[in-house]
Design a protein around this ligand. Sequence first.
Ligand SMILES: [Fe+2]
Length: 206
Amino acid sequence: MSNELIYPLRMPSIEEVIPEIEKYKIKFQGVKIYGADIIHPNWKTFCGVRWDYVAIFNRYNESPDSYAHSDSTNPKLTKTWGINFHINGYSLFEHYNHEDVTSFRVAPYAEHFRINAGPTKTYYMPEGVYLVNTHLPHRVVSYQDRISISLRCSLMYNVEWNDIVERFKDYIIDQPLSNKIPEYLAEGKGIEPLTTESKSVVIPFN
Ligand SMILES: [Fe+2]
């Protein structure tokens, strides 16, 4: 089953998982990190995974990242993944092979890569919940006011992707995602790399 890098999941609404989600829907560009205490107790150990942080990504089409990135700078914890709730909009998620990118900057939470060739896989992600593999360098182009709320367990960034997929298999919707945004949404929306870079805000947590 695990030949894909993103799977749609059958999950309850974000309001059920993070009851005070309205508080976190702040307009910003980049990522904010929160402790797992914002997760409802019923979902703190979903499928036996003890989440340790929540990353909220806000990226708007007006200034998509010109670069790809990886989610971890820890060489022992590179098998990054998460469960992402996408609300308020849609996005195209692009995975790149390491041979097709050049590392140029390491930020506190990510390594950034210049993109030298096209993505190896792309996934159209309308509003919904997704199990997302972020091992490979990746870039997300977001449309409308899309927010992605990502449940993370950094202690499991060393687990094989197959095992992660197996763990959540009962929740996976067996329907492959499209590799491009629908024609009617794509009109007039270029997704070529741009030069502007989004700013990231990292809120420390324990
Ligand atoms: Fe990422």
